[in-house]
Design a protein around this ligand. Structure first.
Ligand SMILES: [Zn+2]
Ligand SMILES: [Zn+2]
Length: 407
């Protein structure tokens, strides 16, 4: 193995062999499937069962994986083949990852290259290559503050829905920094265990605002004057979210915001107060001249996009999913997956708190990196420079393909 990977491997060894390292087990560990990716061999070991944290830790310190996972599902026989496991239920899990979010920065620091034909570009990695229809890409991403802030706002909307619309208490919602550039939310409550993939899809649709009945119904009944009368919003769930969202939008929107939303109607800005008081609050949607039912529908559609949470829908519907284990390292960053209280979402700083390697420095040759924060320090920008960096920063840069250990 080349020197840089070997350096990261040594650090992962130290982490998993340190008795001070905290690796909390998920609830009912003996009913979970565990899996891990071998650091050197790069293959995935699956279908492992551990009864105790001691067994697990001894395997981790012997094998030194780059990534560790456990099933969100509970099984009778977690170590059997998939079809013989005996599915007993599963946690409800949500994943929010800046990899799938449009951020103002992903055109700056994210790159992808199709491994088949070499087509490449900047921004979000496409699912299918537009040139050769290949589906495998080499990616170069970077977890920056803008990415993590974007993911955090999506997580905030999700938590708000889970609490207010679904009725979970904040204590039932376990929130984690993913170790890369996103968040995981786990609901481990008994009430969700037996939900099948279809039921989970319903929850996904709700959270993402897909097929919102109130909008679809109103659109179907167009055209004509009656459309707006059919557009009535009550004070719970998405109805309330649309009302508050439209109100906030009207209060804060600039001309440019309206344009971006495809709304060119100048009456929307001129008559803000009447629109909020008469239309949104009293439900008299066509009581302000110049603003038709169709305009309201368009605005509601736009607000739906703003208020929905951009979760990775595939993760939530997969009832056999493996999810990264709390307290283990992310192979792409060397940061820990780490739990924090749901009410601390806005204050929890992953780039300060989820740092696993707190001691020492190492000399690395950095190819190209924007300014970044880690472990309470601001570092960079660097371009083709040899630098003595804190170990955590060096591990992050090496894992991200942006640096090598200097000789
Ligand atoms: Zn291609
Ligand atoms: Zn970013």
């Amino acid at each position: 193995m080349e020197a840089s990977r070997d350096f990261v491997y040594q650090k992962f060894c130290e982490y998993y062999r340190d008795p001070q390292t905290v690796i909390p087990l998920p609830p009912l560990p003996s009913q979970r499937e565990f899996g891990y990716l071998m650091f050197k061999e790069r293959f995935m070991v699956r279908h492992r069962r551990f009864e105790t944290i001691r067994q697990l830790r001894s395997v981790l310190s012997d094998t030194i994986p780059s990534d560790v996972y456990h099933s969100i599902a509970y099984y009778e026989n977690p170590d059997f083949d998939m079809d013989k496991k005996g599915w007993l239920g599963a946690d409800l899990v949500f994943d929010i990852d800046a990899d799938h979010l449009t951020t103002p920065c992903n055109k700056i620091h994210d790159e992808f290259t199709c491994t088949k034909c070499g087509f490449g570009g900047r921004g979000i990695t496409p699912e299918i290559c537009p040139c050769c229809e290949g589906t495998k890409f080499e990616t170069k991403t970077w977890p920056c503050d803008v990415c993590i802030d974007t993911a955090r706002q999506e997580a905030a909307k999700l938590l708000d829905m889970l609490e207010k619309d679904f009725g979970f208490s904040l204590d039932e919602l376990r929130v984690f920094f993913s170790g890369h550039r996103g968040y995981h939310v786990h609901v481990e409550s008994e009430a969700v265990h037996s939900l099948d993939a279809m039921a989970r899809k319903e929850i996904v649709d709700y959270v993402t605002g897909l097929g919102l009945a109130v909008l679809e119904k109103a659109v179907k009944e167009k055209p004509g004057k009656s459309s707006a009368r059919k557009f009535s919003l009550h004070n719970f769930g998405w109805n309330k979210r649309l009302k508050l969202g439209m109100q906030n939008f009207l209060l804060t929107a600039s001309k440019e915001d309206l344009k971006a939303a495809g709304l060119k109607n100048p009456a929307l800005l001129k008559n803000k107060e009447a629109l909020i008081n008469r239309c949104i609050t009293e439900g008299r949607w066509e009581s302000v001249s110049g603003v038709s039912g169709q305009t309201w529908l368009k605005l509601a559609e736009h607000v739906k996009d703003l208020e929905s949470s951009k979760i990775d829908t595939v993760v939530t519907t997969d009832i056999h999913r493996l999810i990264r284990m709390n307290g283990t390292l992310h192979g792409k960053t060397g940061l820990m997956k780490m739990e924090f209280s749901a009410k601390d979402l806005q204050d929890f700083d992953p780039f300060a708190r989820a740092v696993a390697f707190k001691k020492g420095t190492v000399k690395v040759l950095v190819s190209d990196i924007p300014e970044f924060r880690l472990g309470g320090e601001t570092l960079g920008p660097y371009k083709n420079e040899t630098k003595e960096l804190p170990v955590a920063a060096a591990v992050l840069l090496i894992c991200k393909g942006r640096a090598k250990v200097a000789n």
